[in-house]
Design a protein around this ligand. Sequence first.
Ligand code: PGA
Length: 248
Amino acid sequence: MKKIIVANWKMNPKSSKDALALFEVVKKSVKGIKEIEVVICAPFAWLAKLSPGNLIRLGAQNCHWELQGAYTGEVAAPMLSDLGVEYVMLGHSERRKYMGETNEIINLKVKAALKSKLKPILCVGEREGEEMSVVIEEQLTQCLVGLSIRQIKDVVVVYEPVWAISTEGGRVCEPDNALSAALFIRKTLTKLYSRFVAEQILILYGGSVDNTNVACFISQARMNGALVGAASLDGEVFSKLIKNIPVA
Ligand code: PGA
């Protein structure tokens, strides 16, 4: 299975000049690496300025659930496709926390994304003190309601325990924990679809991933890649991270 590394730039960098410079560093670091797909999820304001290539794809960090209309300040999924964007992150814990996004809203957004030929990167994961399996089962079941087998194959699932995100305390998620979550996600997807379908879905890990731990999450936790926040904003660290990914 291919490996995907998703860079979540969040609301960074501050200027288009810095965004372009960071993008150029990433572009250089993926040269010659065919086994890994690198997706840069940049703020809307920078997306139009970045040009994707064969080895580097663009992703948005959100989209609206309607395809167009009177929704002041929002961005619709077809507008993103039109820009050459291929992926959209949905259900990130910061959007759940600060924007009040529920599983029902995320489900509508997943459907809008798929209708617009965008691949949803669906984030799931428990907060401190919550039970991983209970939260993941509920989030996956509700966020994926009504998706066909053909559609689910385009969804990438990210296990991101909220307590492991660098800005939320960044507690270490042991590869064993991440492996249990990956197995549980596949089990839930098997229940919702079938084992055959579940095995084709890419599952990534997110939460304080950097150049020193990325290999563990991929080899020990059997993840198909990673979602990287803070470490994706430092061109040198992110380039090292890409080089440290086991591709065999
Ligand atoms: P982090 O962020 O890598 O800085 O922990 C991950 C995320 O929130 O997507």
